[in-house]
Design a protein around this ligand. Structure first.
Ligand code: ATP
Length: 360
């Protein structure tokens, strides 16, 4: 896979300050054939000003995790556990205990979310400008100052504010609409931006362009970003930390550089080996064999054991706890040390350079 040459600074000013604590978060659905646990007892800390990439195969629970962060799991899904938010000023609080009114405020003003399809997020009968105005109005923000900030954000995203604000969603290209949606999500100056596959519907060049813009916005506005994707190379260019999800749980979490260079979980190593890599010989690139577990019937022990070349009896019987691989790098595997020796993969060192051509 491709990894950038220049690493992001590892210790930005606030990156060890807690912002969100997710504690034992689970999401379940009652199905005819049993209870489907699509987020399974997940605990993770998210720090101020970091970009954390959440990666994993399709259906592994990434979107459920994103929804849990905003207490936005849609019925009949049931969320349990705690999500503690540490505001920049003031005491931490559990967002799951907020009233509906406070939760609505929280979702735009503290944490904002961007989904995959901008076109589905916008109302097709309203101009982009009307979306901005409606958001300011609904949150009792001053219209003129708010729209001024909106224009600045659009310019930061290489969009022409006059043209975009007057346009209906269908009058914008996919990349422009997605950038307009990012600007809208930042309108009320949230501290956290949760992005669930925000570039999945776009072509490769536009994906790369948007991630480099996110990097710029992150620096400029001191915003924490949770970037959810199945595209490991895409997030590797952006993230400070990576959290790898498998079968509705995190199996490896650590600084992006450490996880990429020296992954400790056999699943992460398999994922790195499965992505296209110009530096690897074709016969070294392998898909991950087998299927991910059914959420109604996740095996006991390590959920990856049926696909893991290192699995033994212990893996079948006992669920592995997180072990410290190094400072801030953890993996939930009985054989993490052995995995690093016997399961090879290759990274390359090329960075794609991409520019917008619709910037005004
Ligand atoms: N309404 C629902 N009822 C029952 N199961 C659901 C529902 N919505 C999602 N799921 C299941 O929850 C699991 C996790 O889904 P989720 O969307 O979080 O995965 P994901 O990792 O985000 O996948 P993708 O990358 O494809 O978006 C999947 O097995 C999915 O089938």
């Amino acid at each position: 896979m491709t990894i950038r040459k220049t690493q992001r600074p590892t210790a930005r000013k606030n990156q060890h300050e807690l912002l969100l604590e997710v504690r034992n978060a689970s999401v379940s659905f009652d199905m005819d054939r049993g209870t489907s646990k699509v987020l399974d007892d997940v605990s993770i800390d998210i720090y101020r000003d970091e970009i954390i990439g959440v990666v994993g195969e399709s259906g592994s629970g990434k979107s459920m995790f994103a929804s849990a962060l905003l207490d936005a799991v849609v019925e009949p899904g049931v969320l349990s556990g705690e999500v503690i938010y540490h505001p920049p000023d003031g005491e931490p609080y559990n967002i799951r205990k907020l009233s509906d009114r406070d939760l609505k405020r929280f979702r735009w003003e503290e944490i904002s979310m961007v989904f995959q399809g901008a076109m589905d997020s916008f109302n097709p009968t309203m101009t982009i400008g009307e979306h901005f105005e409606e958001t300011l109005y609904a949150h009792d923000y001053e219209l003129e100052a708010g729209m001024e900030h909106g224009r600045t954000l659009l310019k930061d995203l290489y969009l022409d504010p006059d043209r975009v604000l007057e346009s209906y969603p269908h009058q914008l290209s996919g990349g422009m609409a997605q950038r307009a949606l990012i600007a809208l999500s930042l309108l009320l100056k949230p501290n956290v931006l949760v992005m669930d596959e925000p570039t999945a519907a776009l072509d490769l060049l536009m994906q790369r362009s948007i991630t480099s813009l996110l990097s710029k916005l992150h620096e400029e506005y001191d915003i924490t970003i949770v970037f959810i994707t199945h595209d490991l190379p895409l997030v590797a260019d952006l993230a400070d930390r990576l959290a790898v999800m498998y079968a509705f749980q995190f199996v490896e979490v650590g600084p992006c550089h450490d996880v990429l260079k020296d992954a400790a979980h056999p699943y992460t190593r398999a994922l790195l080996k499965a992505v296209p890599n110009l530096a690897a010989a074709l016969d070294e690139m392998q898909p991950i064999e087998g299927d991910s577990p059914d959420p109604v019937d996740v095996p006991i022990g390590c959920s990856y054991h049926s696909r893991c070349p290192l699995a033994n009896e212990q893996c079948v019987e006992t669920q592995p706890a997180f072990r410290n691989v190094s400072d801030r790098h953890r993996a939930a595997c009985h054989h993490w040390s052995e995995a690093r020796e016997v399961l090879p993969y290759t990274l390359s060192n090329e960075t794609p350079e991409v520019m917008f051509d619709d910037a005004k």
